[in-house]
Write a protein that binds this ligand. Sequence first.
Ligand code: NOJ
Length: 535
Amino acid sequence: MKWWRDAVIYQIYPRSFADSDGDGIGDLPGIIGRLDHLAALGVDAVWLSPFYPSPQADAGYDVADYRSVDPLFGRLADADELIASAHARGLRVIVDLVPNHTSSQHVWFQEALAAAPGSRERDRYVFRDGRGDGPPNSWQSVFGGDAWTRLPDGQWYLHLFDAGQPDLNWDNPEVRAEFEDILRFWLDRGVDGFRVDVAHGLVKQADLADWHLPMMPLTGPGAEGAPRPPMWDQDGVHEIYRRWRKILDSYEGERILVAEAWVQPAERLAAYVRPDEMHQAFNFEYLEASWTPADQHSVISRSLAASAAVGAPTTWVLSNHDVVRHASRLGLPVGTPRPNGIAAGDPQPDAGLGLRRARAATLLMLALPGSAYLYQGEELGLPEHTTLPAEARQDPTWFRTDGASVGRDGCRVPIPWEADAPSYGFGPTDRSWLPQPAAFGELALDRQVGVPGSTYELYVAALRLRRAHALGHGELTWVPTPGEVLSFTNGDLLVLTNFGPVPAELPAGAEILLSSEPVAGREVPTDVTVWARLT
Ligand code: NOJ
């Protein structure tokens, strides 16, 4: 059974999901204790951001040991228990694999530092001599500043992200063999798949040619016809994923690979999900589309066509741990370029409008054929924390840009479970590695369960109906509709989103099954999505 083709996959950010020991940082036992929430919500799988031993220079995306669990999060036995407990509830488990770089504390990098230029140890990474006194080329780190750091012996090493995240050399067979072994380690422990970090970055253009355009933080080549940056989306990455696919296919069950690849246009992204490569790729073009019927129509059509051309399911995503939560992003004026974060001094989102649009956007997304990703807390309608004090910020982007770019902490704040408990029930104490905004109290899970119209109940109802009507397996047919309206059928459902100021009318005989806000009669108000059955 190809469960992943229509799966709803819930992203857990372990630092911020549930804290069992009261140290203010979430952990694996905390997640185990909250799995019933995910089963009740009705998702099919969870994806866990990294929980491996790490100095946490980039919140765990700097891995020091790929085969263990950081004591911050628990022990390896907790990972085993988490996998078993999730499986017992019918939830599949996807773990994060970070192959583009290791931590600078990884034993390989420590060996490389101790070894001489030209040594086997250094060849596992990208070491080069500089040009004169400067770095080997013009590349910048995605997090700001130079992408190279100099060692006392004069050589430089490449890090497309933080200096604590040296890039591996994927031309080295030892690196390839090591990651194939890491895949097997977790497959043997029962995981159902891997979300592959920076999947478009592993192979660099051999000449490490200069690049003078922006690195476009976490973004690929951009608009059609634009030159392809020498560090992203090189054709050589595909051979790696073909080998990995063979390994996954040699295991029982449908284990999957999901590409985190900021690659555009959709056709280039689709190359990552050809039949003998990965199973899915995140659809960031969809996440970045503006809230207009024209943009939504065009990105949905393009995405469906590009993935259909290679026989892969399309994926949909609105939020994750790297972007401003969609309940806040959609509260900014339409057309605002997607911000990397929001600071207290920036124009603030309209919270009411943002939540209304977020609920409409989610209902639109969950009606689309394919697989959908949810980010922890969006089922509560959580906003971005836009007024974090400077001293609380932890994202390396903040430090590497001297505060010019606030970074991603605002979407990573520990989530609220109980309105009246310390840390809103995140843990047994009032400790929380990032301070929680007061707005989280009213949005806590216990304030929403069983409350008609709450965002939580909207998600539960949507996931139940999505399954009952097999929407993820369905086919989308656009229904031309006047006004600023998007409408399509999927199976026996009619889906309509009204983006315009004028109410949109449902066809006669349409019976509303679910709507993102209350709808009286057949008039769908602005910024509302409706699922209806045609009778
Ligand atoms: C993408 C991850 O989602 C992000 O959080 C991380 O900073 C970079 N990759 C580098 O690993």
